[in-house]
Design a protein around this ligand. Structure first.
Ligand code: GZL
Length: 346
């Protein structure tokens, strides 16, 4: 049974019944993503289950789908977990509601993938007051008091941006364009998310070393293909001399590529536009193989195992690092993507 943290076993019966009723509303083990609108499993956690409430951003991208599967495949009933999974549908208010629901149910751990960095102080204080450890996953939170969460497990998103900038510098050098004027546009992710902030600022850091690089404009495609298509159409109507397109995730690259092709422009080494992306999901790597995406900077979504390792340390009362970054790499047009894809999980 989940620990009724901060509640006495001798609490008034009607309150305990209310909480037990709520507890029974948890989405069952191996829960599919719930948007809070689907009927929830009637199953109850077993006596010794570790009950985990996961508040996920949404299902906006291929990356997110793989990330969600990683949690569900890691925290299974067979391994002694009871997972309550809430899909935030890309709205912070839904995630805050989910955290409050987890608190009310007295879960053992809260795992939060915050859509944006700010706006979490109050609800994280409520979780701390309820004695529930919070593990931040994927993106980060920006809070006044870092003790409001136990630790974060995710990617070094600023380093991803730096890596993309350094890759572009090397590529331009190899093409004899080291000092040539280079016009760039960027399709940013969800504004205020760590992935957007990190990738934008990491790339900007490298731009400062190249005064011949000219960032024509930033616009957010919100990490979605549809929005990115519209933004890329806007860029192509406004600028007739774009050399480089930075897409802060692969789904936006898919939308941008569609618009670029419709405009009759060519992508790749001998084309009009160099396109760089982030995530390195399978469908994007196939475009790297085709040479349409020149380079793709991996953002590893399979962080479930590292989160579990961290949670088990907490269970044993062992110290954990405040931030743990997952290993990542990149792929570009020069590589044999086909053979790399054989052993890749996503
Ligand atoms: C990155 C993650 C981002 C991905 C996008 O850590 O938060 O969110 O890059 C996803 O694909 O939508």
């Amino acid at each position: 049974m989940m620990k009724m943290r901060g509640t006495s076993l001798f609490m008034p019966a009607f309150v305990l019944c209310f909480l037990l009723l709520l507890a029974g509303c948890g989405a069952g083990h191996d829960a599919a993503a719930t948007s809070g609108t689907e009927p929830e499993s009637e199953s109850m956690p077993d006596e010794d289950d570790i009950v985990i409430g996961i508040s996920q951003v949404g299902s906006e991208s291929d990356w997110r789908t793989t990330n969600t599967k990683a949690y569900i495949n890691t925290f299974t009933q067979e391994k002694g977990y009871y997972l309550i999974f809430e899909d935030g549908q890309q709205k912070q208010e839904n995630q805050v509601k989910a955290v409050r629901k987890f608190i009310l149910k007295g879960v053992d751990y809260i795992v939060l993938a915050p859509i944006v960095e700010t706006g979490w102080d109050a609800v994280l204080k409520e979780a701390r007051d309820a004695g529930i450890p919070v593990i931040i996953v994927d993106r980060n939170v920006s809070v006044e008091d870092e003790s409001l969460y136990t630790c974060r497990v995710g990617s070094d998103l600023m380093q991803e941006g730096r890596n993309a900038g350094e890759w572009l510098a090397d590529y331009l050098e190899s093409r004899g364009r080291r000092n040539k004027k280079i016009n760039i546009v960027t399709l940013q992710g969800t504004l205020g998310s760590t992935a957007q902030i990190g990738r934008t600022s990491g790339f900007a850091e490298v731009m400062e070393k190249h005064p011949n690089w000219n960032m024509l404009e930033y616009q957010s495609g919100d990490f979605t293909q549809a929005k990115a298509y519209e933004v890329m159409e806007y860029f192509l109507e406004k600028y007739d001399d774009i050399d480089v397109v930075i897409c802060e995730n692969d789904n936006m690259a898919f939308g941008a590529i569609e618009a670029i092709k419709e405009a009759g422009l060519k992508l790749g080494k001998n084309g009009d536009i160099i396109l760089i992306s982030f995530d390195a999901v399978r469908d994007a790597l196939l475009l790297v193989q085709k040479g349409e995406i020149m380079a793709d900077f991996e953002c590893n979504p399979i962080i479930g195992p590292l989160v579990e390792e961290t949670l088990q340390k907490l269970e044993r009362g062992e110290p954990v690092e405040k931030v743990q970054y997952i290993d990542e790499t990149y792929f570009d047009y020069r590589m044999d993507i086909e053979s790399l894809l054989e052993e890749r999980e996503y």
